[in-house]
Design a protein around this ligand. Structure first.
Ligand code: SF4
Length: 340
């Protein structure tokens, strides 16, 4: 499969077929009067994901590790689960009367090498609070075995700073090759060696946080951070890793995030996606004055747009769960909606 998708005509036929199936399934639901905004958002996300991958493959942006990870661990796994629901998910529903969370977001530690203004997690240097690696590994293993999960989000703190007993998040991804990991990172620790290891693992993508272009990013994150993120994207591009950006629109930067200049930057850097998070006035020095309701009035040119948060397309029912740390405990669960 991962070889076949490199062949343009084969891939385009496949994409067309899956899009057709999604459209038919939605029509079918509408005809039976059971479509919800949630179903429509999920279909929208599926189409955006497919078209984005199609474009990345067309431009030969992805290395063999990334293609293998995306198609084997993520897409094939999800397709298999859709065709035949894993027994673990059925058992969970029978026991609790609701679906098991479809993914898990984990903040394994609070330590961060930056100290951004208004950090949602109040993270910063020398904060030693973290989950032990054995616990982290067990949480992922149990979500796989008991909930049938294959998709995990790692956030923080800075996930690439996390280490326990000499092991970090790349060891975690290596220990769970059938799952796929999305890592929110400030990007400053992605060296050529780290990019190489991500490329060879294949089963993770990184979302690098910026506030817009150089001036806005450095104003909030610190002098020189934007150029370090640009350098990280260069290392990831070099070895064909699937990567994207993560932004949080506020009253200060929303115009820039909507601008053609920013969208050109996204395209020129080869970022496959941009996660847009609502600003949540929590963490260090929260301020309601920064909040801004951000939305594209029209389809941003050359980009797919999907909004899984409006009707809760990715979170309806218990779609996702989070695990992380609170002062004084080794674990806790909470909801979050902000980026690293
Ligand atoms: S916003 Fe992200 S990068 Fe900045 S201090 Fe917080 S965790 Fe670190």
């Amino acid at each position: 499969m991962s070889q076949a998708v490199r062949v343009g005509p084969v891939r385009r036929r496949l994409v067309g077929r899956v899009e057709g199936e999604l459209a038919r399934a939605l029509e079918d639901c509408r005809a039976r009067g059971v479509t919800t905004r949630v179903d429509e958002e999920r279909a929208q996300v599926g189409v955006a994901l497919l078209r984005t991958l199609d474009r990345a493959l067309e431009r030969e942006q992805l290395g063999s590790g990334a293609i293998h990870g995306l198609f084997q661990a993520l897409l094939r796994g999800l397709a298999e689960d859709a065709a035949r629901e894993p027994a673990s998910r059925k058992r969970f529903r029978e026991r609790f009367g609701v679906d098991a969370p479809g993914f898990l977001a984990i903040a394994p530690g609070k330590n961060c090498n930056l100290r951004c203004a208004g950090c949602y997690a109040a993270s910063g240097p020398r904060l030693e609070e973290r989950m032990g690696f054995a616990l982290l590994d067990r949480v992922v293993g149990e979500a796989e075995a008991l909930w049938g999960d294959r998709f995990f989000v790692l956030t923080g703190g800075e996930p690439f700073l996390y280490r326990d007993q000499g092991r970090g998040i790349l060891d975690l991804a290596g220990a769970h090759p059938a799952s796929y990991f999305l890592v929110y990172t400030n990007g400053t620790l992605i060296t050529p060696a780290v990019a190489d290891r991500i490329a060879s693992l294949g089963n993770l993508t990184v979302a690098l946080s910026v506030e817009g272009l150089e001036e806005s990013t450095d104003r909030r994150r610190g002098a020189g951070v934007f150029q370090r993120v640009v350098a990280a994207m260069g290392h990831l591009r070099q070895v064909g890793v699937a990567f994207g950006l993560s932004v949080t629109p506020t009253a200060e930067n929303y115009r820039e995030l909507l601008s053609g200049r920013f969208l050109d930057f996204v395209r020129d850097q080869g970022a496959l996606y941009v996660w847009v998070f609502q600003y949540m006035p929590v963490g260090r020095a929260p301020s309601l004055d920064r909040k801004h309701d951000y939305r594209f009035q029209t389809e941003p040119r050359g980009h797919e747009q999907a909004s899984p948060w409006r009707a809760g397309g990715l979170v309806a029912g218990p779609r996702g769960a989070t695990a992380g740390l609170r002062p004084g405990t080794e674990r806790s669960s909470r909801r979050r909606s902000a980026s690293s």
